[in-house]
Design a protein around this ligand. Structure first.
Ligand SMILES: [Zn+2]
Length: 44
């Protein structure tokens, strides 16, 4: 799972467990980022 810092907009790939914080600016609000190669899953 890749995260994106809401402050500096950098991608954070190596997040430690229970440590949700941007390693670049220290901001503590990150958003989950979908992988660019998202597969479409149809369940019908
Ligand atoms: Zn940041």
């Amino acid at each position: 799972m890749t995260y994106e810092c809401l402050h500096c907009k950098k991608e954070i790939k190596n997040l430690e467990k229970n440590f949700v914080r941007c390693p670049y600016c220290g901001f503590r609000a990150l958003s989950k980022k979908r992988s660019p190669i998202a597969k479409e899953v149809k369940t019908n």
